[in-house]
Write a protein that binds this ligand. Sequence first.
Ligand code: MSP
Length: 524
Amino acid sequence: MSAVNKSFYLTTPIYYVNDAPHIGHAYTTVAGDVLTRWHRQRGESVWFLTGTDEHGQKVMRTADQNGVAPQDWCDRLVADAWKPNWVALNIANDDFIRTTEPRHAERVQKFLQSLKDADHIYAGKYEGPYCVGCEEFKLPGDLIESGDEKLCPIHSKPVEIVNENNYFFRLSAFADKLLAHYKSNPQSCQPESARNEVISFLEGGVSDLSISRSTFDWGIPVPWDTDQVVYVWFDALLNYATAVGLTDAPDSAGGQKFAQTWPADVHLVGKDILRFHAVIWPAMLMAAGLEVPKKVFAHGWLLVGGEKMSKSKLTGIAPKDITDHFGVDAFRYYFLRAIPFGSDGSFSWEDMSARYTSELANDFGNLASRLAAMIEKYCGGVLPAVSNDAGLSAALAETVAKADTAMVALDFQGGINAIMEFCKRVNGYVTEKEPWKLAKDPANQAELESVLYNTSEALRALAVLLNPVMPATCEILWESLGANEKLGAIGNQPISKVATWGQLPAGSKVTKTPVLFPRLEAAE
Ligand code: MSP
């Protein structure tokens, strides 16, 4: 078989459609979008998957409460809330999988049957606590005692007792292999705290997992026993592989896609769903003789009042509440810039307003508009001759190397910081050179033009480096610099060439940008 050109394959969790998206969901998906756009600009072939998790009791009960059939409920939420939300946030996913699609259900059944045939599945009886909010079988030690009740620590709601005959996956058989995997591949579970959590969980011993339910029918039927439906997490985790052709014949389109994408390079998840991804999922793959994902990265929670922000606790904030005020690009920028990826972070309007004004409007937006205004005023709107400021170009080379290392390691904060430090450096350059003073004496015209060229080049680089984070704004800047004609589309500018100084051609038309980050209206 010929060697395939492996794509950089990144997934987000697939979101429950019991409700509309909030900023916690958007946080994960925006991070995935920024990372995949970065990898695309590195010239890699990329596959970016997101989607929706539609089966299980949580979604079924919500549909019931709304007097709608579950499928209709899912169709409605996906069409009216989830897909438009990702379009609004400028998410460039390559595929969107819904677990109620036949392409998913059929492959789940085939996969399950193959595990059964290989004796990884057996019939048994399950009795124990279950949290419908988490869709998770809980261990008694996981729960919080509250009077006579036992509560899920994440949802602060009573768990239910499940008592039924169902099928079990021999998860325990993979504990040692998983442990060895995480111990010898530090990159495979990040950040370090997440890997340690997984290792200690595995060291504590793992039981087999109930993978079917018989008391409701909103799920994928178990192929050999249609009185049972597949446990929603077993169904959901498989989306990462069914979406790219799992179980299809190697020479079919699906099989080729699978060869090109699998194993996934990064599964992005919130820390609440780490164990599913770092224990159950790789064990399922090991059972099937498939490669495990290269990396599971667990990010922290957005907190409100010190607790995980969530719709069920009525602390959910819709992305639109923020983007209406700050714009989409500031939203995409803020959370990745303000919170180290992997740690929890509190959202506050005050902090977001402060960063918007100082970093985006003043440091970045003003630089762009000042430059365009000066080129118009002093150079008739035409870019002057190529020039090279050794200090600026060296700083840029350093910035690109730093930003690339950080972004590829999912250190979004470090990557964005490095870029914004360069932006500050460029502002410092303009302040120091005082082009408005140089303009007072025609004898300084050559120096004035050199300062303006260098500033334009720096902005060219900033536009390319910030494009994965703020694509709409950077596109506007790119056009204002007249860069399209000679250099082509901004999304095609390779990261590896950003630091090559002197790319903007002399003579191109520079136009004034609309204000990139308008002054904020006072919040109501
Ligand atoms: N359906 C499952 C995932 C299945 S993946 C095979 C699920 N869905 S979810 O809609 O409840 O949440 C998905 C993800 O949303 C979480 O892992 C996390 O990435 C993100 N977040 C939800 N609330 C969050 C915060 N308050 N803060 C940050 N991210 C959070 O779990």
